[in-house]
Write a protein that binds this ligand. Structure first.
Ligand SMILES: Nc1ncnc2c1ncn2[C@@H]1O[C@H](COP(=O)(O)OP(=O)(O)OP(=O)(O)O)[C@@H](O)[C@H]1O
Ligand SMILES: [Mg+2]
Length: 237
């Protein structure tokens, strides 16, 4: 069973004036497959920083992240890239699409890196694009798309390799209610087939469906909703 464990993670940034900015303190968090975990918290509280640490894009000052028991800080760059490519889909807060590639080319990057043939890539890209309502934008570059369309292109790219976990930073911040329902439905469907989700969001739609909701504030992660407590009152670890 896939799991991601964050153990005693801390993060301090060094400011240009030499001072230290403590963002995360003793963060402990576990995500199992099929779970939906929400993190909310004020702007600047460290949600994106925590997601970046889970993906291995930035290193924590202390503590570790474990994927199925493997400490990702012990991986070399190639192993880290493989971990991301095969197991983690990441929807960046600002999408990070390549401006000179069209939507199709952006979405298929992880599948290309995984060595999929062009016909299997096309099939996967087109299925995802159709389900996310962006099929008719596949030949357009990011500057020819709306914010909500770019967000869905970035989401399709995060899902193309059927990751074990999706980390999504505000996945519905730029879409209308209908598109949001559509995105939530797709993620729920993937969740049923095993996807674990960690989402930074304030969207109440996700909160209702979540197994656990945390708030990140003053460098600390506090649980405010837990649906995984079983009948005997035990908390699943
Ligand atoms: N590389 C960096 N160097 C210094 N400070 C940083 C760096 N990256 C982020 N910060 C600071 O760390 C804090 C947390 O930033 P982060 O982006 O994680 O917040 P957030 O909770 O995602 O906010 P938002 O809701 O606005 O997206 C902020 O004060 C930010 O300015
Ligand atoms: Mg953020």
């Amino acid at each position: 069973m896939n799991r991601l464990d964050v153990k005693d993670v801390e993060k301090t940034f060094h400011e240009p004036d030499g001072s230290k900015l403590q963002i995360l303190l003793h963060i402990i968090l576990t995500i199992h497959e099929k779970e939906l975990i929400i993190i909310k918290g004020p702007s600047g509280s460290g949600k994106t920083t925590l997601l970046n640490i889970l993906v291995g894009l930035i290193r924590p000052t202390a503590g570790s992240v474990y994927f199925n028991g493997i400490d990702i800080s012990q991986l070399n760059l190639k192993q880290l890239a493989t971990y991301r490519l095969n197991h983690i889909g990441y929807l960046f807060q600002h999408w990070n699409l390549f401006p000179f590639l069209n939507a199709r080319e952006n979405i298929e990057i992880p599948a290309r890196l995984q060595g999929l043939t062009q016909s299997s890539r096309n099939k996967k890209v087109e299925e995802l694009a159709a389900s996310l309502g962006i099929y008719n934008r596949l030949n357009n570059r990011p500057d020819e798309m709306s914010g909500g369309q770019k967000q869905r292109v970035a989401l399709a790219r995060a899902l193309i390799n059927d990751p074990s976990f999706l980390l999504a930073d505000e996945p519905t911040s730029n879409v209308d209610a209908q598109t949001r329902t559509n995105i939530v439905d797709i993620l729920q469907e993937k969740r049923e087939s095993g996807l674990g989700l960690l989402i930074a969001t304030h969207d109440p739609f996700f909160e209702e469906l979540a197994d656990k909701v945390y708030i990140l504030e003053n460098s600390t992660l506090t649980i405010i909703k837990n649906n995984t407590i079983n009948i005997t009152g035990e908390i699943r670890s």
